[in-house]
Write a new protein. Sequence first.
Length: 721
Amino acid sequence: MWKKTLKFLMWLVIIALISGIVIGVTILLGRPILEGVYALAVIFGIWLFIIIIRKLIIRMRAKAQVNRILNQGAADEQSDLGMNDSQLLKELRRGWSKAVTTLKKSQLKLKGNPLYVLPWYMVIGKPRSGKSTALKNAKLLLPEIDLPKQTEGSTLNLAWWLYEEAIVIDTAGRYAVPDDETRDRKEWSTLLGMLARHKQKEPINGLVVVVSADRLLNNNEDSLMEEGRQVRASVNELMEKLEVHVPIYLMVTKCDLIDGFSDWCGYVPEKSLLQPMGFLKEEQGGDIHTVLDQALDSVLDRMKDLRLLMLERSQNVDDSLLTLPRNMEKLRTGLHAFIKAALKENPYQDTPKFRGLYFSSSQQNIAARDGSTTARDHGMFLQQLFTRVMPADRGLLDTLPSAARLRRAALQYSLSIGGGLTLFAFIALTVLFTSDHARLKEIQSVYSSIDLQQKGINEQVYALSNLRDLILELGNEEDSWIIPWPGRFSRSEQLEKLVTAYNEQFSQQVLATLDNPLKKTIAMLEPEVTSDMAGGLIRRINLIKTRMQGNPEVSLDDKPAISHEYLLVANNSFNRDTALLFNDLYITYLRQTQSPARLAEESGTLQDALLQLIKRTYGDYSWIIAWANSQGFDPVTLEQFWAGSRDLEGSPVVEPAYTLQGHEFLVDFLIELEAASDDASRLADIKKEFEAYYERQYIKAWQEFAERFGEGKGKLRDKKE
């Protein structure tokens, strides 16, 4: 121990001596300290490179000697998969790396970390149990991205199924029930290691354990229990490696092999075949066999209820309607044997979290006239299991208690060796500075074409939008710096200059173009656009007040947005595209402005304009109704109550302003108006008058609708309707 300590101290002194010499020479030559740091980085980099090369040479020599001892001329024995063990592992890692790289480059990165945006699920089960066929025929919306195509037959190692709601990893059946214990368990462990490394926080959100119906019907109890034991070993290793309790969904595949199942499905509507057929366990805990009986009984009871409806609606009744529940009852014994080993609690292993039992079929046997049958791909009871049921359970992932203890121990161990790592801190600083500097240069080159001296107002808005993007990107870049070069609580001088330029240009050009002719614009305002002008003024005033109050719990982004129609009404110099940019540009301006006096002056100007507008429209509140009607709420029509097939012309309609949504919007709008005005007494009179006006119009609209409600009978074409 002392020998190792002395050796470490000796190397520490050597490194410190070299560093002191290089820095001293740099100072004596009058060069910047940064050049000395660069020189040290090169010196220690070369030193580290030599050490690594030396160790690699020693390792390669030792490996070559071992290979000679083991008769290096012997060829690797090929497995029945066409590859030897090392080739299979290499193929597994290659496929995984390609998939992860593809995900990181996909558009998921716009929504956050691409590996965590969607939930991940894994499917395991005995070879030829129908896993891959079920996923293939589940009618999932799969994007065309650069991933290996799923091939027919058994999966070699992994198959990726990426769809809108989740990501599913279809694993080789030999990972659940090994063909070669050593080889397949090693691959399974490697896969779990890669999953834990790339998705440590949320490795997997659920596990689908597949067992085929023909095995449940035809195999004896010992065979099914052995299959269950193998699956339990794989599940247990998954929970230990990933340190999680995952929800387990038990899926019975190949249900078309149950007598009468395919015929019975012929009576089920096509849309219903997309829904899951099974049982979702709501409460935690409970004996697994009791839960299984409850699940199977629930499914059989629903089938019997459906049987009555099918008998009532069908003229030619098939025997399957009567016999299928009895035939599916035969699965019970096999299911109990399988879960007894696969999912039941025991004192030696963590108990999996059983979430539900589901049944599916991926093929149907179609009878021909000559008595033969042909298989037709047709996924049943699969799609919504993967798109609705499982994604809704994303939050059920639990961390194992032992995992927390291990992480605390690892943290303590990491802290104990942290002192040694400080030796290389100056190298890390150099690398970080170089990287951050290069990134800033890259951002500068992208936005170097921004010109704030544009003549047209629309061109100025486009330039300000680009400048805003530059400010946000620079701000995010500085926030991501491990070392805050400008200071812990400050921004860089360059960023501050950009912010000042943005605020001045936005205030002097855009806001001046809007607000200087405001009184004249209001005086000449057309009645049909009054609501657009009022809404814009109110929301600008409330945004300013929110900014001046400085409440950290209220975000400017959470306030109602300024509509682009306001900009088009306030000044016709703006086009639609620049009007759509205004809300984000305005919020950025408010957030960056440090002058309360400027904001107070702007708020006063807008309040005067709002008061002028209200006085101008005094007694006419139709513009408020029009404002509510333009929000996209649905009106109330006769079609919502009468289901006939005829079209009615001139049928009564209750405008959106007089619906529940419209009423809630108007209540919120009046609150916004009240918050925007400083003349509380004057506003109280207007509010009271409008409420009386609205109540009259509300009653009138619904009375007219009720009086003409009977016109809906005209939609009925005949007695059947």
